[in-house]
Structures are given as structure tokens and as C-alpha cells.
Design a protein around this ligand. Structure first.
Ligand code: HEM
Length: 67
């Protein structure tokens, strides 16, 4: 499993918003991963479109952002 360096669902972190509180939906996670945002880097250089979609789905689901 790829390790996700972020205050992601179920964890506490020091950088970026706590995704459990933000509860982003898939589109929002995907946009952040593709374009980057503020201090967050874009992931298009190291993740395929398929991986970005899978990660966005996972984060949205795990954070409770998926309706
Ligand atoms: C693949 C791993 C990552 C995922 C899934 C992820 C996901 C997200 C999401 C969903 C947001 C909110 C976007 C929005 O508000 O619309 C966000 C924001 C942010 N992330 Fe990440 N992120 C990742 C990696 C990182 C890394 C490595 C860093 C640190 C270098 C980082 C730093 C930030 C920061 C600083 C924000 C706030 C940006 C702003 O509002 O200006 N993220 N991230």
C-alpha cells in the first residue's frame, strides 16, 4: 500500500487541513492531487490518472466526504 503523507482520515498531522474535518468529496481530493493547492504539491508526475482516482475515492470515503 502506498503511504499517504498527510493528516489524512483517521490520523493527526501537522501540515494541511485535517481531512476528517474537511470531509472532501472525490472531486475535491482529485483536484488537489492534480493541481496542487497552496503548499501542497501536484501528484500528476508520480501518480497515474487511475491512481489519482483511486486515492481520491479512498480519501473521500475514509474521511466521510463521500455522500
Ligand atoms: C497523496 C497525498 C495527499 C492527499 C490525498 C491530499 C489531500 C488534500 C486535500 C483533499 C486537501 C483539501 C483541498 C481543498 O481544500 O479543496 C489538501 C490540502 C492541503 N494539503 Fe494535501 N494531500 C496530500 C499530500 C499533501 C502533502 C505531501 C502536503 C505537504 C507538503 C500537503 C499539504 C496540504 C496543504 C498545505 C493543504 C492546504 C492548501 C491550502 O488550503 O492552501 N498535502 N490536501
Amino acid at each position: 500500500m502506498r503511504r499517504v503523507p498527510h493528516p489524512q482520515a483517521g490520523t493527526e498531522g501537522a501540515v494541511g487541513p485535517v481531512l476528517d474535518e474537511l470531509k472532501p468529496d472525490m472531486a475535491r481530493v482529485g483536484k488537489a492531487l492534480r493541481n496542487g493547492l497552496g503548499n501542497m504539491p501536484s501528484y500528476t508526475a508520480i501518480l497515474s490518472e487511475e491512481e489519482i482516482a483511486a486515492l481520491a475515492r479512498y480519501v473521500a470515503k475514509a474521511s466521510g466526504g463521500e455522500k
